[in-house]
Write a new protein. Structure first.
Length: 135
């Protein structure tokens, strides 16, 4: 689910079907308030949620927002703060799936490892979710 554009029927359907909702969020003054609004609105319907700081850069402003998002009370149950994904040209300019092709370059390998960390954390959270009752 993408915030802030994520409010609507597609988010409703995705949340209803998901054991874990992954919420990518950029670290800026527009995304963090939208994330908080999304979490407040959807937390009763989300089984588990993974907030993924996305397009993170080595900038003072990103460090400031990273402090905000990781401070107590911002990301609350059923949501947890996940591993970050750094800004990368590889993620913007990839003309093929990240994992296809020959031995990956250092930049591609770094992007693959970051995405794998997010996937691993999402799977860990999914294992914590009780099975749904059969209808």
């Amino acid at each position: 689910v993408d915030t802030p554009a994520g409010f609507g029927p597609l988010a409703d359907g995705g949340v209803a079907a998901a054991d874990v909702v992954v919420l990518p969020v950029t670290l800026d003054q527009w995304a963090v308030p939208a994330l908080r609004k999304f979490m407040a609105s959807y937390s009763p319907r989300v089984r588990r949620g993974l907030v993924v700081p996305n397009r993170v850069r080595s900038r003072i402003v990103d460090d400031t927002w990273a402090e905000v998002i990781s401070s107590g009370g911002v990301v609350r149950e059923p949501f947890v703060l996940g591993p970050p994904v750094q800004e990368s040209e590889v993620l913007h300019a990839a003309r093929r799936p990240l994992s296809s092709g020959p031995k990956p370059s250092a930049a591609r390998l770094s992007a693959l490892e970051q995405i794998q960390h997010v996937a691993d954390r999402a799977l860990e959270l999914a294992e914590e979710v009780p099975a749904r009752a059969a209808s």
